[in-house]
Design a protein around this ligand. Structure first.
Ligand SMILES: NC(=O)c1ccc[n+]([C@@H]2O[C@H](COP(=O)([O-])OP(=O)(O)OC[C@H]3O[C@@H](n4cnc5c(N)ncnc54)[C@H](O)[C@@H]3O)[C@@H](O)[C@H]2O)c1
Length: 342
């Protein structure tokens, strides 16, 4: 498949609105020279013009429209399905080398195959993100293969619902493990390649490369949700995690934001009757939500846009925050809800 056809294939998957503006033109070209994480340089004239307005030139790191993450290395957890898969594909489409990770090895590899077949760059590192040893393995694999880490997306997660008075401790702890403890371990494992690397670049008198962390929260964490005491507690924790890390790593130029999603059409919000499950510590947990008469219609009525979001739209918000256009945005929780919960 030619490069242009592969890009078109990716664009078709992502939807027409995400098609690169210049397929077949210069910006559709494969990553080349400045494939070092900083991307190709804007022209000196462009930077000088930008700097006339003040200090903005310091943020004038280089990127090509349509190839916003050119040469950057992104780890995406939970990228075998749903939002994570859409983000991995979108990031690859924008020129990133993607480290795809998921509990489900087959799905993880399927995401990688899709990216490779579309002329992108990716590897699969499957595993359970709650295994204490796994985050270090994931980081090592990323650095061995691609040499650095620019973007870390803590996306892997699931729900294990139950009413508070009946909830078991295992059920409670599982949510804290996957949504809070696993990202904590991953951030610690990545610190030498993100925080310390940025520190070295700054001590050498340079500007640190673009680096950021994206975490995934939920409206359940902000507004609460019946049957989700465990999940909403963990997702609220993600917001505090994000803001604290933004403060700690901001001085090194590392941004940290979170996406607070409403209803995104993945197996997490589909009918429980579909039978999707996930295995947690030897136990099969049913995924999805119970369907009651009129529940879906009532839910859509509360969303300003009147519909559930697509995984590709959720991924689009991740790209927004990972992109150079968000270079002055950190410590934020962006609600991606279609105007629900206003
Ligand atoms: N879909 C929504 O409406 C919605 C709303 C708010 C937040 N979220 C959050 O978005 C994130 C992605 O969920 P999704 O909706 O795409 O669901 P999904 O089930 O389609 O995808 C989640 C992926 O995470 C993986 N995963 C789960 N536990 C894992 C573990 N221990 N180790 C490694 N991988 C693991 C799963 O295998 C799956 O591929 C989750 O953190 C979820 O809580 C989703």
């Amino acid at each position: 498949m030619s490069h242009i056809r592969r890009l078109a294939h990716l664009a078709a998957h992502l939807g027409a609105g995400d098609a690169p503006s210049s397929i077949g033109g210069e910006q559709g070209a494969a990553p080349t020279a400045a494939d070092d994480g900083a991307g190709p340089s804007l022209s000196a004239a462009a930077c000088a013009a930008a700097s006339r307005g003040g200090e903005w030139h310091q943020q004038c790191f280089a990127f090509e429209p349509g190839r916003l993450l050119l040469g950057q290395v992104a780890i995406v957890t939970g990228a075998g399905g749903g939002i994570g898969r859409a983000a991995a594909i979108l990031f690859a489409h924008q020129g990133a080398h993607v480290v795809v990770s998921d509990l489900d090895a087959e799905k993880s590899q399927a995401t990688v195959d899709f990216i490779l077949n579309s002329s992108g760059s990716a590897i699969s590192v499957p595993g359970d993100i709650t295994d204490p040893a796994f985050p270090a393995r994931l980081v090592r694999a990323a650095v061995d293969q691609f040499g650095m880490i620019n973007i870390l997306v803590n996306n892997a997660g699931f729900t294990w619902d139950g009413m508070a008075h009946k909830m078991g401790e295992k059920q409670w702890q599982a949510m804290l493990d996957v949504h809070c403890t696993a990202p904590f371990r991953l951030v610690q494992a990545a610190a030498p390649h993100m925080r310390e690397a940025a520190k070295r670049e700054m001590q050498a008198g340079g500007r640190p490369r673009p680096r950021c962390i994206l975490n995934v929260s939920s409206v359940s964490g902000v507004h609460g949700s019946v049957g989700q005491l465990n999940y909403s507690t963990a997702k609220a924790g993600v917001v505090g995690f994000t803001k604290s890390l933004a403060r700690e790593w901001g001085p090194f130029g590392i941004r940290c934001n979170c996406l607070t999603y409403g209803y995104i059409n993945t197996r997490l919000v589909q009918s429980k009757d579909r039978g999707a499950t996930i295995e947690v510590a030897g136990e099969r947990v049913k995924l999805g939500i119970p369907q009651t008469d009129g529940a879906a219609a009532a839910m859509k009525q509360q969303i300003a846009l009147g519909r559930v979001g697509a995984p590709e739209e959720a991924a689009g918000a991740m790209l927004l925050l990972a992109s150079p256009y968000a270079s002055y945005i950190t410590g934020q929780s962006l609600e991606v809800t279609g105007g629900g919960w206003l």
